[in-house]
Design a protein around this ligand. Structure first.
Ligand SMILES: *[C@@H]1O[C@H](CO)[C@@H](O)[C@H](O)[C@H]1NC(C)=O
Length: 508
């Protein structure tokens, strides 16, 4: 019985490959599981024929499948429009989804890039044991085989340490190379005792030692901290990591690689001093110069420097008149750490008079107006380029006038803020966004999602405000119903970016 099943599996797996007319095996619910069982290591792509990213990946995937044939690493694909159940079983939510299979129990996401050579090297790494056993002769080459390698020095009979290290290696094998040594003489030559770990790296101090008790968490932490370069680089691959690191990020903007290298070297002592407290990284100002604006830096003057508190999203730009050099940065960072530098807040000037029907809010009077605890404040976050905001403007003015001329004129404020020219504390996903900050409940604003008509806005203020303030709406200007505030009727940042051609700068 058992034998029969295996045989059937091999035939099915073979059939799948043979009929595909390419080196990528095309699998179905009838062939998938047997194919996975018949091969130690597989990369599987779950795709849909209409998906653009899948089409772009296809030739790369084919090329990788061909080059990986000699390593006996198989690439497969599953058409999710045909095999919905199979794709659902493996938790496929978007296309393409790439997963690495070591049997049906060990399934991991593919974390490499979608290029033929990247797929090739990623899968070759996957095919090696998570920990390579090293000898006196192989250790030297291994130390420099990648930017970061970790080598554990463990006694042959120390099963516990071996197991712990192997666990870490399994989890982090996409990021670093892992090796193991159990020859006491080799350990002695390296100046370490059993059990310990040495992380070798091609930058900064070259190596770090871990000599504490072997525990998964402690080793993982050690690996991540030691592998982060003193002065790293901000780019699409590292940005998310820096943002979620829980410590501030100091950006060094410069246009050329030479400048970045020179500044990175010059500022290394400052980075060293604040290691583990502030991350330092260079950023290519030619490619990502637009990001300088997010830090309230000029976008046309480089090199420049800014610290971002990634937790509270506060920005501390170095004044553009100051030179980015060791002494200025040393001083600036020291004052930052001492809490002596005020965050920079982008703001238009506070209007001298509020003479329109709608109160104009800027960053500098935001708290004073919006967080006035005695008033129900309705605020529109708009962008000057947003068409839906322009369409709303006359109605919003009318709303403002109605309240300004009513018995509620001291209790209800109708306000607006240009959220592109002012740093606001709210996370704004699309324009316009309208929120009511009720009196006495400023920590619980209510976001408006109804139709953009004067009546509906009045109703919203009445229902959600402290004063239940209702005004009667005159006939005029109410005849046409505005579109509902659905996603389609909002101008999102993405839509704006799609409109504006960004040939000069890439987004992070
Ligand atoms: C860890 O244990 C495995 C399995 O027993 C063994 O093959 C390997 O050599 C050990 N690693 C080290 C560094 O001793």
């Amino acid at each position: 019985m058992h034998q029969k099943r295996v045989a059937a599996g091999i035939i099915a797996a073979f059939a799948a490959v043979a009929t595909a007319e390419s080196d990528v095996a095309s699998l179905t619910k009838d062939t998938f599981k047997d194919f996975v069982k018949a091969n130690n290591l597989i990369l599987a792509e779950f795709f849909a024929p209409w998906c653009g990213h899948c089409k772009a990946l296809a030739p790369e995937y084919e090329e990788a499948a061909t080059s990986l044939k000699e390593k006996n690493i198989k690439l497969a694909k599953v058409d999710c429009t045909e095999e919905a159940d199979l794709c659902q079983e493996f938790g496929v939510e978007g296309y393409p989804t790439l997963k690495v299979f070591r049997g049906l129990e060990d399934v991991k996401p593919y974390n490499g890039q979608r290029k033929a050579d990247a797929i090739h090297s990623y899968m070759v790494k996957q095919s090696l044991p998570a920990v390579s056993l090293l000898t006196k002769d192989t250790l030297e080459d291994f130390k420099t085989a990648d930017k970061v390698v970790l080598v554990a020095y463990i006694a042959t009979d120390d099963k516990a340490s071996n197991e712990t290290f192997s666990k870490v290696a399994e989890t982090l094998r996409d990021d670093y190379l892992f090796g193991g040594v159990n020859d006491a003489a080799v350990a002695e030559a390296e100046g370490v005792k059993f059990p310990s770990i040495v992380l070798y790296k091609t930058f900064d101090e070259g190596k770090n030692k871990f000599e504490s008790k072997f525990e998964v968490e402690a080793i993982t932490e050690f690996a991540k901290t030691s592998a982060t370069p003193l002065v790293g680089e901000v780019g699409p691959e590292t940005y998310a990591g820096y943002m979620s690191a829980g410590i501030p990020l100091a950006y060094i903007f410069a246009e050329t690689q030479e400048e970045r290298d020179a500044l990175s070297k010059a500022l290394k002592p400052v980075a060293e001093k604040h290691k583990g407290k502030i991350n330092f990284a260079t950023i290519d100002a030619k490619q990502f110069g637009a990001h300088a604006a997010n830090l309230n830096l000029k976008t046309d003057k480089f090199p420049s420097f800014a610290i971002q508190d990634t937790v509270k999203n506060l920005k501390f730009p170095l004044h553009h008149d100051l030179e980015v050099a060791h002494d200025t940065i040393h001083d600036f960072v020291k004052r930052y750490v001492a809490g002596e530098i005020e965050p920079s807040i982008k703001s238009e000037p506070i209007p001298e008079k509020q003479d329109g029907p709608v109160t104009v809010v800027v960053a500098k009077n935001y708290d004073q107006v919006v967080l006035d605890d005695k008033k129900d404040v309705l605020i529109e976050f708009y962008a000057p380029w947003c068409g839906h905001c322009k369409a709303l403007a006359p109605k919003y003015d009318q709303l403002g006038s109605l309240y300004a001329e009513s018995e509620f004129k001291d209790k209800v404020v109708i306000a607006k803020v240009d959220a592109t020219a002012n740093d606001v504390p709210d996370e704004i996903a699309g324009f316009p966004t309208i929120k009511l900050f009720p009196a006495g409940a400023k920590d619980a604003p209510v976001t408006y999602s109804g139709a953009r008509t004067v009546e509906d806005l009045v109703q919203f203020i009445k229902e959600n405000g402290k004063y239940k303030a209702s005004v009667s709406v005159k006939e005029e200007g109410t005849e046409e119903a505005a579109p509902a505030a659905t996603e389609e009727a909002k101008d999102t940042k993405e839509a704006k970016e799609a409109k504006e051609e960004k040939e000069e700068h890439d987004e992070l």
